[in-house]
Design a protein around this ligand. Structure first.
Ligand code: CA
Length: 521
């Protein structure tokens, strides 16, 4: 294959192989497009000037999809460029760590002479491989004063985790070997549950009443099936006192706790006195959730700004590709939910902004179906490396160049497994196109198909599978789904390994910790 990149980068680089572009990958956990001003959500929930600045310098993708909308599996898909059934990491709770012996794109870049580092959230249970340096949060990590593991050694830090991850990222770039290009994966815990903002961002919204989503009080009608009615991820039932900050985090220093309480305590006292119920209680929870979830993104946005400023100050801005993304999207009250997991738009879609100097036209946008599974192929091509034939994603470089490849994917395969922990979302798989989603909810003791039409019903509150007007569409999508499952080598349902669904008793009733312990009505 002819590599055009050296030519495109030529004005910015000298001819030496040591001058291949640096790759800065900034990755969030549970960040969703609705929360970023550059994606233009109608609710205008938050201004993110620094992420917007990156978008004005590069290209944003409005439909970057995940193959499995949950943390660990999405991270495994990023590293390997493969679906769960090939990389072996199906769900967070399987008890089977990510197999770090397999091929990953950081390993390939390391072999190609890149210095590689991963700093921040990892969440794949095994130790990172393919990195010259790693400094990770164990498990989910905590928002303040995080214990971390640095190249195998346990360490403890004081401060706000998002800021610390950015400090360590800048320190590592500053101390790099300047004769070689680098790959740095700078990965935040934020804005993951339990959504604890930096102390300086408590009250950032000045007690604004955040606009509610149209579906906050969704009743799951519209011919929707058991999967919708049986889930356990609503603000109403699964949002705990800790989530609501009626209980402070246990890991604050006395000074931090004082500042924390100065913000939350008067508001919590008012809540207890008012003692809202019914819809008023759900509205209160939504407002508290928005203050906290969005508040954690304020520090992420500042971190992006600090990294961009640092690259400019170091003279690295013109030969460093910056990719900003998240492991999946998230619900901000849509369908009454928080969390992710579903093939539905808010959790299927994840933010993606890429600045590739000399390649992306500043301020450009793409609505093509792209995926986190494409990241490995993309970063390898940007580094001038060949793409191994077993990768299932495809390089985004033609799109970044502004081309319109005639053979770009028109459909995308999705597959979620974990059940019943957490949140009791039924295992499902399906095919996604620009307009439609055909979904099969298939376990346990379930065999329900649903069809969503984003054109006719953008909020995805209706199942059209039984509407005769859609019969041809359903037939076409079933054929396409079967084709994708064959092409991607997806095993038959009966051959799925038991551990794909996690360690919890599969047929037991939902046992979501937190369920029934939410803020009492
Ligand atoms: Ca996540």
């Amino acid at each position: 294959m002819k590599h055009l990149l050296p030519l495109l980068f030529a004005p910015l680089l000298t001819a030496s192989a040591a001058d291949r572009p640096n790759l800065l990958f900034i990755f969030c956990d549970d960040l969703t497009n609705q929360a970023l001003s550059c994606f233009g959500d109608a609710r205008k929930l938050l201004d993110t000037p620094n992420i917007d600045r990156l978008a004005t310098q590069g290209m944003k993708f409005s439909r970057c999809l995940v193959p499995n909308s949950i943390c660990g599996p999405s991270r495994a898909a990023v590293l390997t460029g493969k679906y769960a059934h090939l990389n072996g990491f199906y769900c967070n709770e399987s008890g089977r760590p990510f197999d770090g012996a397999q091929q990953t794109f950081p390993k390939l870049l390391q072999k190609a002479g890149y210095q590689t580092a991963l700093i921040g959230k990892w969440h794949l249970e095994s130790d990172p491989t393919g990195f010259d340096h790693w400094h990770i949060l164990p498990g989910q990590g905590q928002y303040y004063n995080p214990p971390m593991i640095r190249d195998g050694q346990r360490v403890k830090h004081e401060g706000y985790t998002t800021d610390l991850i950015t400090d360590f990222s800048i320190d590592w770039i500053r101390a790099r070997d300047k004769s070689r290009p680098f790959l740095l994966m700078s990965q935040h815990k934020a804005p993951h549950r339990e959504w604890a903002p930096a102390l300086r961002h408590l009250g950032w919204d000045n007690d604004r009443v955040h606009p509610e989503p149209e579906t906050l009080f969704d009743t799951y009608d519209g011919d929707r099936g058991l999967a919708w009615k049986d889930q356990d991820m609503t603000l109403e039932t699964s949002y705990t006192e800790r989530d609501a900050k009626l209980t402070p985090p246990p890991y604050l220093t006395p000074d931090q706790l004082k500042a924390w309480n100065a913000y939350y305590e008067p508001r919590n006292a008012k809540f207890r006195t008012t003692n809202p119920s019914g819809r008023d209680l759900l509205r209160w929870k939504y407002q508290r959730y928005m203050h906290d979830y969005l508040g954690t993104i304020k520090a992420v946005d500042e971190s992006v700004g600090r990294l961009l400023d640092f690259l400019e100050a170091e003279g690295l801005a013109d030969n460093t590709v910056v990719m900003f993304s998240s492991d999946q999207g998230f619900y901000l009250g849509e369908h009454g939910w928080f969390d992710k997991r579903w093939i539905l738009e808010e959790s299927l879609r994840t933010p993606l902004v890429v600045k590739a100097p000399g390649l992306t036209r500043p301020g450009s946008a793409s609505d093509r179906l792209v995926s986190v599974i494409d990241f490995a192929s993309t970063l390898l091509e940007l580094a001038g490396q060949p793409r191994p034939a077993d990768l299932q994603g495809r390089s985004l470089v033609p799109l970044l160049r502004g081309e319109a490849p005639a053979d770009w994917r028109q459909s995308f395969y999705y597959h979620y497994y974990e059940y019943p922990l957490w949140h009791k979302v039924r295992p499902h798989y399906g095919v996604v196109t620009d307009r439609y989603k055909l979904v099969h909810y298939y376990k346990p003791d379930l065999d329900e198909w649903e069809l969503y039409d984003r054109q006719a019903n953008p909020i995805e509150t209706r199942n059209f599978i039984h509407d005769p007007a859609y019969a041809d569409t359903v037939a076409e999508l079933k054929t396409e789904l079967a084709r994708l499952r064959t092409e991607l080598k997806v095993p038959a349902i009966e051959d799925e390994p038991r551990h794909a669904y996690g360690k919890a008793p599969f047929d037991a009733p939902g046992q979501t910790p937190g369920a029934g312990k939410g803020v009492k009505p």
